[in-house]
Design a protein around this ligand. Structure first.
Ligand SMILES: Nc1ncnc2c1ncn2[C@@H]1O[C@H](COP(=O)(O)OP(=O)(O)OP(=O)(O)O)[C@@H](O)[C@H]1O
Length: 227
């Protein structure tokens, strides 16, 4: 893998039963790059992301993420790979019976970080997403946009190199979506690569970055203006 890329797919094929979902896909996400992944329902976007965090192994081809050869790595190494990734998915919900602070701290405690560092880092990432003042609140006291910002803060806690975001603006009103996009841009400007799966074409047009479309097992670059 080139030192300029953080994700590399080389001729990746994924087949479920007899259905080929990805066929000899090549893809590179540059260090610090922002890119969108789009495609109709069932096009293979979730499968694509699952390959990156090693929830799925390709039938053929290679996947490299940060310094890890994801295709050949041992199971023992998977948690270390995942710590290099910030994951913002709709089904990675917040724990409803823990405060905002505790939700973010929890993701660091499992890595064995020191308490003094956890405290400092949780306050730092909550500050980054503009929610320090809500740290003692429970998730259910927050709006949808604020909850999503806590999920983003949690994903940043372990200082990942890559942020994977699956529909981070789904179900949010335009104002909350804009605040999430501005936050993702700020994070990206600090040097983190961002790969965002979305159906929200208005957002793609408003915040244009390289846009890749999955269709019939293939990936191609599209012009956001033509969406
Ligand atoms: N574990 C599995 N076993 C069999 N088929 C699967 C499995 N996972 C996904 N598929 C099929 O592979 C295809 C791609 O699924 P995938 O979830 O990757 O698409 P997607 O683009 O993320 O869709 P959506 O936008 O609806 O989430 C679909 O036809 C799906 O039914």
């Amino acid at each position: 893998m080139s030192k300029h890329s953080v994700i590399d797919f080389n001729n990746v094929t994924v087949t479920y039963d007899r259905q080929t979902v990805l066929e000899k896909v090549n893809f590179t996400l540059g260090n610090g790059e922002f890119a969108y992944l789009i495609g109709q329902t069932g096009a293979g976007k979730s499968s694509f992301l699952r390959l990156i965090y090693r929830d799925l192994v390709p039938d053929t081809g290679h996947v490299q993420v940060a310094d890890y050869n994801v295709t050949t790595m041992s199971k023992k190494e998977v948690p270390y790979l995942r710590r290099r990734l910030g994951i913002v998915f709709q089904d990675f919900q917040l724990l409803p019976d823990r405060t905002v602070y505790e939700n973010v701290a929890f993701s660091m405690q499992v890595t064995g970080a020191k308490n003094s560092y956890i405290k400092q880092r949780v306050l730092e990432v909550l500050g980054m997403v503009g929610l320090s003042h809500k740290r003692k609140n429970m998730p259910n006291d927050l709006s949808g946009g604020e909850k999503q910002r806590v999920v983003i803060a949690r994903s940043l806690a372990n200082e990942p190199r890559i942020l994977l975001a699956d529909e981070p603006t789904g179900n949010l009103d335009p104002e909350a979506s804009a605040s999430i996009m501005e936050l993702l841009e700020r994070i990206n400007n600090r040097g983190m690569a961002v790969l965002m799966v979305t159906h929200d074409y208005d957002t793609v047009k408003q915040y244009p970055y390289r846009t890749l479309k999955l269709k019939n097992g293939r990936i191609s670059e599209v012009n956001a203006k033509e969406l």
